[in-house]
Design a protein around this ligand. Structure first.
Ligand SMILES: *Cc1c(COP(=O)(O)O)cnc(C)c1O
Length: 376
């Protein structure tokens, strides 16, 4: 059986976790959390990185940092995304306004965003699907013109870039995920990337239950106190230790994934050339991270049959997402702006193939052979 996903793991993880246990340093913001933050800051060039308990929480933290976000305000995002993208803003009483996607990248169609802007719009949340960047130049121009915040859902985007800039560092805030299904993992975890130094202090406060404890630990003040509303978004240092072992070999992991991705692509190109399937598109200027490999079948029925066929052959493939605007909560809390030309149609065609650090080239070849067999 070829699994769809195997959580990434680096050999040093156990040694680092044991060190946390031995030294009785297992709470938040310990040595490994600092190492992860610094690694991400150095690697992406962001002003500040704060490790969090999940990408969902990083997005919540970003929403809490939009101090003028009021109930009834609107936030523009794609409907083809994971629920967390919307949840963070719905929790604040804001209305997700869903905009259609581009069929090539499955990312929000940047050309449709401006028409969805109203007096109540406060933010745009681009989601970099599969680690392939949204058209950020256009998105940032619209944000500047209407004074909107940009929060990048870069859950899938670590190690990927847009015109040389790391994903998650272009908007005001960027959110990474270190869930076990992502390229780098700490079980459950994430990170908030903060572009502007002016937002750092408030972010530290909200992440630490509304207190200025971070400043206190740095010795900048002699007692700490309650400054603002807040919550607790600190992961245990043991989780950070597990992650840090992978960050140390981040390039190896990335290269291994890209090799698998390219192998899929080359194997399946003839099938795409014959018009049987569609393969992912990576626009010029975008460097992706092989977060996933997907293909598109002709329609829902063909996709269902393909996934069932692969399962018979011992291969686990999956689909996602149920467009948010068609889900019960999406209907209750949000609205779709314009027409759904591609969101539903394209999401019904998409099948994700096995992709993880440790998958072998032979396994990729076998998967591709079985796909070709399905299409003869
Ligand atoms: C995985 C994912 C999330 C949520 O990440 P968690 O760390 O599990 O909270 C959010 N958005 C997208 C696009 C994702 O793929």
């Amino acid at each position: 059986m070829i699994k769809f996903n195997v959580p990434p793991h680096a050999d040093k993880a156990m040694e680092y976790i044991q060190e946390c246990v031995r030294n009785q340093k297992i709470c938040g913001d310990g040595n490994y959390t600092k190492k992860c933050n610094e690694w991400i800051e150095k690697r992406t060039g962001t002003a500040k990185c704060l490790l969090t308990t999940s990408c969902t929480h990083a997005t919540e933290l970003a929403a809490l940092l939009l101090s003028d976000l009021k109930p009834g305000d609107e936030v523009i995002m794609p409907s083809f995304t994971f629920v967390s993208t919307a949840d963070a803003f719905v929790l604040r009483g804001a209305v997700p306004v869903f905009v259609d996607i581009r069929p090539d990248t499955m990312n929000i169609d940047e050309k449709l965003i401006e028409a969805a802007v109203t007096k109540r719009t406060k933010a745009i949340v681009p989601v970099h699907y599969a680690g392939v960047a949204c058209e950020m130049d256009t998105i940032m121009e619209i944000a500047d013109k209407y004074h909107l915040a940009v929060i990048e859902d870069a859950a899938q985007g670590i190690m990927a870039s847009y015109k040389g800039q790391a994903l998650g560092t272009i908007g005001n805030f960027g959110c990474f995920s270190f869930h076990e299904t992502k390229n780098y993992s700490m079980g459950e975890g994430g990170a908030l990337l903060i572009r502007d130094q002016k937002d750092v202090e408030e972010a530290e406060i909200i992440r630490e239950k509304g207190t200025n404890r971070s400043k206190y630990y740095r010795g900048q003040i002699d007692k700490y106190t309650w400054m603002n509303y807040g919550s607790s978004y600190l992961p245990s240092d043991m989780n950070a230790a597990y992650l840090y072992a992978q960050l140390e070999i981040a390039d190896d992991i990335n290269e291994a994934r890209l090799a698998l991705w390219n192998r899929y692509y080359e194997n399946l190109e003839p099938l795409a050339g014959a018009g049987k399937v569609e393969l992912p598109v990576v626009p010029e200027g975008c460097v992706h991270n092989a977060h996933m490999f997907y293909l598109k079948a002709a329609d829902l029925d063909e996709r269902t049959a393909l996934i069932a066929y692969l399962k018979e052959k011992g291969i686990m493939s999956v689909f996602h997402y149920i467009p948010l605007h068609t889900a019960p909560a999406g209907k209750r809390f949000g609205r779709f702006h314009g027409t759904d030309r591609y969101t539903t149609k394209e999401s019904e065609r998409l099948a994700r193939l096995p992709m993880y650090y440790g998958l072998s080239g032979d396994e990729v070849d076998y998967i591709c052979d079985m796909i070709k067999q399905f299409y003869v």
